[in-house]
Design a protein. Structure first.
Length: 627
C-alpha cells in the first residue's frame, strides 16, 4: 500500500473514532422539559451578546445543535463562526465536549449520572465592522436574532423543543418582538414559553429611540403594529398621511388574501445608517431597515419602498404556506430551493402591487420601478444564454449572497425579479382570457387565504399545487406556461405587452430611478456599466460596449475625454459621441496602473421607461388599482 493510501486510511479511522452519530429529528417532545435561555444584550461598546441556557437532561450522551440552515436565507448561513467561549457544566462541574468533525454545528457531550440540568454558556460576538458581516449592535439600537443565539437538543423537531426566553436590555431601551411578555424586572424581560420554531421566528428590535404605531384596520380584532427604532429621536417624526399609507398596506393585503395567518403582527423597522441593512420575513413579524430619513425625507411623488409590502406578503407566502422542499423539521436539515420563483418571485410581484394599491408608491413610481425590472430582462441578462431562471434558485446555496464580479452574466437569485415578470404575465393572461372577471388576485385568495386564523400549522406546497390552483382560477396549460419561462424557452417580458405597455428608452432616467440613484450613476443601457461613488466601476454588462473595449468590474473611472470624471462629464461625453465616429476616451485605474480605453459607442443616453400601447387595454392600471 502506498504512503498516500496509508495516510488516507489513518485519517478516515481517526475521523470515524471522533464522529458520533447526530440523532435524526423525530416528531416527539423533548421529554426532559423546558430549556431556559437568558441573553444579556447590554454590552453595546464591544457588541457581545452573552448567552446562558439551562437545559433539562437525562444522564448519557447528548448532542446539541447550533442552527445551520436559516429560513428566509434559504441556505446554510448559520453564524457558527461568531460563537466563542463555549462552556458546559453540570452541578458546578465542567463537562468535556467535542465538536462533530463532519457536522461542525453539532456538539457532543456526556451527561454524568445524577445530573438533571446542563448549563451552556457562550458569547455571540456580533460584527464590530461591516467587513465581518451585518452589524447587529449600535449605540442606539440592536437586533437580536434568537436563531443565532441558541443551542438545542438533536433528535427532535424544532416544534417539539420548548424554550423559556428572557433578555436583559440596555437601561431605558424599549423592545419589540412577536413574543408575548410574561414579566418584566428592571431591564430584563421574561417572555412566555414557546417552541423553538416560534422562538427562532421571533427576532427582536430594541432601541433608545422607539415608537410604536397601530396599523390595525378598523373593525379588525387582530393587532398589526409598526415598531420603529431610529438612530435619533428626530427620525421618528411622522405625518398622518404617511401613517395612513402604512395602514392602507395592511388593509389592501387583507383584501387580497382574505385571511390572516397570525394572532398579531409586528413590523420591526430600523431607521439607520449604522445597523446593518435587512429585509427578512417571519410568520408574525418582519425585520426591516431603511435610511434614517424614511419619514422625514419622504417625497410624495416617489413614495416609500416596497420592502414592508414584500416582507408582509411573506407571512402568507413563504411562512404559512411554504414550498415543500424548503420545509425542514429543524434548522440542521438541508433545505432545497426549487420553488423560490413562487416564494420570492410572486412575493416580489405582490410587493410592488400592494405598494401601488396602498399608495405607498404612487402609480407612476410603481410603473417606473417595473420599467427597471423589464429592462433588466430585456437587455441586461446575457447570463440567460447559459443559465435559466430555475437554476438561479440554487444561488443561495451556491453563493450565500456573496457579491459577483459580473452579476448580469453569472446571474444571482434572478428568481426574484424574473419571477415577478412571470407572475405579471400570468395575471395579464388570466384577465385577458376571462374578460377581466378573474385575475391573479383569485389565485392569491385561493392559495394563500385558506384556513383564516391558523398560523402555527404550515401548509407546504409543490409545483403541482401551484398549477392546480391556477387551473382552478382559469383552465389553461399552466405547466407548459411556467416551465417555458423558468427553463429559458420563452422570454420574460411578455407580460408588459399583455398589460398594454411596452419598454422604451429615453435620454433621461425615469423619476423613480432618479430618486433612488444615490451617489452612483447608471449607464447600463448605453456604455454598459454602472458607477458608484467617485467613479468606482460596478457591474459591467458582459457583452456591452465597455466590456468589448476591455473594461471590467472593480476599477475606477478617472477621466472622460481628458476631463476629470463626474456623472455630468460622462453624460456629456456620451451625448457628444451620439451619431458620430469618434470613440469616447476613458481613463481607467486598475490597482496602481492607469490605461486609456476607447469605447466605440454612438447610441446616446438610454434609460428605461414604460410607454402605453395604443388600442390595448391598460391592465397595469387595473392591477395597481386599490381594492
Amino acid at each position: 500500500m502506498s504512503r498516500r493510501l496509508i495516510l488516507a486510511a489513518l485519517s478516515l479511522a481517526v475521523a470515524g473514532s471522533l464522529h458520533a452519530e447526530v440523532p435524526v429529528p423525530r416528531d416527539v417532545p423533548y421529554a426532559p422539559g423546558t430549556i431556559k435561555i437568558e441573553v444579556d444584550a447590554t454590552n453595546l461598546s464591544q457588541r457581545i451578546f452573552k448567552v446562558k441556557q439551562t437545559i433539562p437532561v437525562v444522564p448519557g450522551e447528548l448532542t446539541l445543535l447550533y442552527p445551520e440552515w436559516i429560513p428566509g436565507g434559504h441556505s446554510p448561513r448559520g453564524a457558527i463562526d461568531k460563537v466563542a467561549g463555549i462552556r458546559f457544566t453540570a452541578d458546578g462541574q465542567r463537562l468535556d465536549w467535542r465538536r462533530d468533525p463532519l457536522d461542525v454545528h453539532a456538539f457532543h457531550l456526556t451527561v454524568p449520572e445524577g445530573a438533571s440540568n446542563v448549563t451552556a454558556e457562550f458569547d455571540f460576538l456580533s460584527p464590530t465592522d461591516r467587513s465581518q458581516g451585518r452589524v447587529l449592535m449600535t449605540p442606539s439600537m440592536l437586533n437580536l436574532q434568537w436563531i443565532s443565539t441558541v443551542l438545542y437538543p438533536a433528535g427532535h423537531y424544532a416544534s417539539q423543543v420548548t424554550f423559556d426566553p428572557r433578555v436583559t436590555y440596555p437601561a431605558g431601551w424599549r423592545a419589540a418582538t412577536a413574543l408575548e411578555v410574561e414579566a418584566t424586572s428592571g431591564n430584563t424581560v421574561d417572555y412566555r414559553d414557546v417552541p423553538l420554531d416560534i422562538l427562532a421566528d421571533s427576532p427582536v428590535f430594541a432601541g433608545a429611540h422607539f415608537k410604536q404605531i397601530d396599523l390595525t384596520p378598523k373593525g379588525n380584532t387582530v393587532a398589526v403594529r409598526l415598531n420603529v427604532v431610529a438612530d435619533a429621536a428626530k427620525y421618528l417624526e411622522t405625518k398622518p398621511a404617511q401613517v395612513q399609507v402604512h395602514r392602507n398596506l395592511v388593509d389592501q393585503a387583507l383584501k387580497l388574501y382574505g385571511a390572516q395567518h397570525y394572532d398579531h403582527y409586528d413590523f420591526l423597522l430600523a431607521l439607520t445608517d449604522q445597523l446593518g441593512g435587512i429585509g427578512l420575513e417571519h410568520q408574525r413579524s418582519s425585520e426591516n431597515s431603511q435610511d434614517p430619513d424614511y419619514f422625514t425625507g419622504w417625497k410624495d411623488k416617489v413614495g416609500f419602498s416596497d420592502l414592508l409590502a414584500h416582507e408582509y406578503t411573506h407571512s402568507w407566502n413563504g411562512k404559512y404556506r411554504r414550498p415543500a422542499d424548503l420545509w425542514t423539521p429543524n434548522y440542521n436539515v438541508p433545505m432545497q430551493d426549487s420553488l423560490l420563483w413562487v416564494y420570492e418571485g410572486q412575493t416580489q410581484y405582490w410587493g410592488n402591487v400592494l405598494a401601488a394599491r396602498s399608495g405607498m408608491r404612487p402609480l407612476e413610481a410603481s410603473r417606473d420601478a417595473l420599467a427597471l425590472v423589464a429592462a433588466t430582462y430585456a437587455d441586461n441578462r446575457p447570463g440567460l444564454s447559459w443559465r435559466n431562471v430555475q437554476d438561479t434558485t440554487n444561488d443561495p446555496i451556491i453563493a450565500s449572497r456573496a457579491p459577483r464580479a459580473y452579476r448580469n452574466y453569472q446571474l444571482s437569485e434572478d428568481y426574484y425579479r424574473a419571477g415577478q415578470l412571470i407572475w405579471l404575465e400570468a395575471d395579464a393572461l388570466i384577465r385577458e382570457r376571462t374578460g377581466n372577471r378573474k385575475s391573479l388576485d383569485d389565485f392569491a385568495r385561493a392559495f394563500f387565504g385558506i384556513r383564516d386564523g391558523e398560523w402555527k400549522v404550515q401548509a407546504p406546497y409543490t409545483f403541482a399545487d401551484v398549477v392546480a390552483t391556477l387551473d382552478g382560477v382559469m383552465p389553461y396549460d399552466w405547466t407548459t406556461f411556467l416551465r417555458e419561462r423558468l427553463d429559458g424557452k420563452v422570454g420574460l417580458t411578455g407580460g408588459l405587452e399583455a398589460a398594454g405597455w411596452k419598454l422604451v428608452y429615453r435620454d433621461e432616467p425615469n423619476a423613480y430611478a432618479k430618486a433612488n440613484a444615490g451617489s452612483g450613476a447608471d449607464f447600463t443601457y448605453s456604455l454598459g456599466l454602472s458607477l458608484g461613488k467617485d467613479g468606482a466601476i460596478g457591474d459591467v454588462r458582459w457583452d456591452g460596449p465597455a466590456f468589448q473595449a476591455g473594461i471590467g468590474t472593480g476599477g475606477t473611472l478617472v477621466a472622460v475625454n481628458g476631463q476629470a470624471y463626474s456623472k455630468e462629464v460622462l453624460e456629456d461625453g456620451i451625448k457628444a459621441a451620439k451619431g458620430g465616429g469618434a470613440p469616447i476616451e476613458l481613463l481607467v485605474r486598475d490597482f496602481d496602473r492607469y490605461r486609456t480605453v476607447r469605447v466605440d459607442y454612438h447610441g446616446g443616453l438610454r434609460h428605461p421607461h414604460l410607454q402605453r400601447i395604443e388600442g390595448k387595454p391598460d391592465r397595469l392600471a387595473a392591477i395597481f388599482k386599490a381594492r
